[in-house]
Design a protein around this ligand. Sequence first.
Ligand SMILES: Cc1cc2nc3c(=O)[nH]c(=O)nc-3n(C[C@H](O)[C@H](O)[C@H](O)COP(=O)(O)O)c2cc1C
Length: 226
Amino acid sequence: MNITVIYGQQHRGNTWRLTKLFLDQFEGAAITEFFLPQSGPLYCTGCMRCINKGETYCPHAETVQPIVEAIDQSDLIVFASPCYVMNMTGQMKSLMEHLAYRFMSHRPEPSMFRKQGLVLSTAAGAGAGKTTKAIAENLFFWGVAKIYRYGVAIQALDFEQISAKRKHKIERRVNRIVRILKRNTGRVKPGLKSKFMFAIMKLAQIQNEWNPTDREHWVKHGWLAE
Ligand SMILES: Cc1cc2nc3c(=O)[nH]c(=O)nc-3n(C[C@H](O)[C@H](O)[C@H](O)COP(=O)(O)O)c2cc1C
């Protein structure tokens, strides 16, 4: 099993600790990790080249594409960001902006329709749920078939200080999600919501030819002929 993990932070703090609880249960898996911003792109310049001309024209393609390749080769993709001011970190948002060209409205990557996504966040008090929701929304628009979210309010200064009772509750939830992820591996199919969104985007492609780069992608995959 291949797993790619993208951290919205560089330090090994609470979010890393939560992610580790998951990863430790995937013995034998090939795990590729990216820590942002060190191994991620700078801020999106808004040049639109990725969308209009192709992703290799992005001025930050050199840092974005290795992440994309790892994602594409994975069965499970994990996005883990601490909650900073009620949302994902700036560096995680920056990566998301660089992947806008993969939205179903543009050029979705077919392998996404068979992948599982896991979105994790920690907050001191409020905002972990909002953070996972915002990241998961991106995964949905890429076409990721199954997306699981877990946002934890640490309610302590760090992971070590979480009460035993609370830690136990976190571990139970982690174990439950891991069981589902393992059970689904190799037999993931997109849900109704994804299929519906894809159908709407297909209609948009049929009716509009405003972006030839996107259209070529849809034609190449035979999606307009089906
Ligand atoms: C810049 C910044 C903003 C933060 N904003 C929030 C917030 O909006 N809500 C919250 O509950 N905690 C907030 N926190 C606390 C972190 O979310 C919390 O400590 C988290 O577990 C840190 O994870 P990490 O150790 O992986 O960085 C913030 C921390 C920082 C550094």
